[in-house]
Design a protein around this ligand. Structure first.
Ligand SMILES: [Zn+2]
Ligand SMILES: [Zn+2]
Length: 367
């Protein structure tokens, strides 16, 4: 069974608890539209992952079968621990390149596009990470880590990172210098000058200390979350496409091959000029105006979508690919519509009617 199925109720419950605690403390940690936007991007990322994992994992398994120098024993605890540490090292470089190479930032920038920092931000994940992130783990195949071990340590590494996306947990002393914690990951999500390109670790922050990218959270400067070129949208498709379109535009206007290559493989700031020094006091958060009735409707629709989406995760490998393809397409259309409604976009109402018509037709055919 897909382990994300078990994680979803834990995610939703913990988000509810965090929002409730923040509300009681009088802190503005959540915005409904931002949180639903983040969850929608998470859903789109999972749908994309369902259809692409077979290919990326297949490549890993192929490299393992052909070129593994040895085969790590699945029954050894030490092998599992070493695999987790090595995976975390590969994650560090995968993540770091995701920030420092423009093409790869195209996939990763979505995770940083929220201007809030809470547990829902953790689920704001890329739908295009499959294009390149698998490359960084191929050394583990050659080192002899079996595909099943890779998948499980990868899941542990990913799930670990969930709890650090919160403003409600303060500093944790020496732990902040060894593990990735809420304090040092807050820095990673900041757009203040001192936060840029820092604290890339997944579980261990010692990699940042080793490779010179570690910085401690400052008490004298509040962190402003988000990216320098704001997304200003809840649309999960646009959130995935924004930086790629910037690269494409810059590629077209660049003179000569050298400049064109810099737009793709250089620093992301080649595409989005950096307004340094950053002025935290001048920052204004993106806040789409949504009528309360529309916000309520979108929330109810999201509550309906969650079990339907979980149904897709459950049934994906039990039905023909074309059927799960149509199911995935409908779920993707749904997250687009819900985000569009929260942004008051006129097309969203028509698409909303269309997606329920499509659902009705599908049910009529199936029953
Ligand atoms: Zn990042
Ligand atoms: Zn994060």
């Amino acid at each position: 069974m897909n382990p994300i199925l078990l994680a979803i109720p834990v995610f939703l419950l913990s988000i509810g608890i965090e929002a409730w605690i923040a509300h009681r403390q009088g802190r503005q940690v959540y915005s409904l539209s931002d949180a639903i936007g983040s969850l929608n991007m998470g859903v789109l990322s999972q749908v994309s992952g369902l259809f692409t994992k077979l290919i990326t994992l297949g490549i890993y398994a192929g490299v393992y079968d052909l070129w593994a120098l040895t085969h790590w024993p699945m029954e050894s605890v030490w092998a599992w621990l070493a695999a987790l540490v090595l995976y975390d090292l590969c994650y560090y470089w995968n993540h770091r390149m995701g920030h420092e190479v423009s093409l790869l930032w195209g996939a990763h920038s979505i995770h940083h596009s929220s201007e809030y920092y809470n547990l829902s931000t953790a689920l704001r994940q890329s739908a295009t990470g499959f294009l390149w992130s698998w490359v960084f783990y191929l050394p583990l195949a050659i080192a002899g880590i079996p595909p099943k071990m890779l998948v499980i340590v990868g899941l542990i590494d990913l799930l670990y990172q969930y709890w650090v996306h919160t403003e409600l947990i303060g500093r944790l002393g020496w732990l902040d210098r060894v593990l990735v914690t809420p304090s040092n990951h807050r820095v990673h999500h900041g757009q203040n000058d001192y936060c840029i390109d820092k604290n890339y670790g997944g579980i261990l922050v010692v990699w940042d200390r080793l490779f010179g990218t570690f910085v401690q959270e400052r008490v004298d400067e509040p962190i402003i979350y988000g990216i320098r070129k704001p997304l200003n949208s809840l649309n999960p498709l646009w959130a995935n496409a924004m930086h790629y379109t910037d690269i494409f535009k810059q590629w077209q206007s660049a003179n000569g091959w050298r400049d064109k290559l810099v737009q793709v493989w250089g620093s992301p700031s080649a595409n989005t000029p950096d307004p340094s020094p950053f002025q935290p006091s001048a920052f204004v958060r993106y806040a789409p105006k949504t009528a309360p009735s529309l916000a309520l409707y979108a929330t109810v629709q999201y509550a309906l979508l969650v079990p339907i989406f979980m149904g897709l995760l459950y049934i994906f490998d039990k039905i023909p690919l074309w059927q799960s393809g149509l199911y995935g397409l409908w779920v993707s259309l749904s997250v687009m519509c819900i985000s569009g409604l929260l942004q008051n976009q006129s097309w969203a109402r028509w698409s909303e009617a269309l997606r329920w018509l499509a659902a009705g037709l599908a049910l009529a055919v199936l029953v």
